[in-house]
Design a protein around this ligand. Structure first.
Ligand SMILES: [Zn+2]
Ligand SMILES: [Zn+2]
Length: 123
């Protein structure tokens, strides 16, 4: 396994999806290669589970800059998490669209008037 191959399979390794052979080739290379150790550490700063917990914050841009960087570094190394984020983004966008659709839905004028009347009556 060379450096490129190792870096391309870090995500798969973290997800424990490598075959036993690939895994041992991966670990052998990693043990002897400081540049790959650096990439590996970067990818494992945040686990896939942690990343999954942060995805919605990330997409809502409410993640602190520091975590955001770690998050993005992990994403660069981990294709399964990129897939996960894409599917979350789709879900969130769909949810938001449904929500906006509801707000914009035609609220019957009679209902609006009834609410306004009730408000006036109570004050
Ligand atoms: Zn290497
Ligand atoms: Zn990951």
């Amino acid at each position: 396994m060379n450096c490129d191959e190792l870096q391309a399979s870090i995500g798969t390794y973290i997800e424990k999806q490598l075959t036993a052979d690939q895994r041992s080739a991966f670990e052998q290379h990693l043990a002897g290669c400081s540049s790959c150790q650096g990439s590996f550490q970067t990818a494992t700063e945040m686990s896939c589970q942690q990343l999954a917990d942060f995805v919605s914050d990330y997409l809502e841009k409410s993640l602190p800059a520091e975590q955001r960087e770690v998050f993005e570094r992990h994403l660069n190394m981990c294709p399964p998490c990129v897939d996960y984020m894409d599917s979350m983004r789709t879900t969130i966008d769909a949810g938001r669209m449904a929500c906006e659709g509801e707000n914009a839905a035609n609220v019957p004028e009679a209902l609006v008037q009834a609410i306004l009347k009730a408000k006036r009556a109570s004050s």
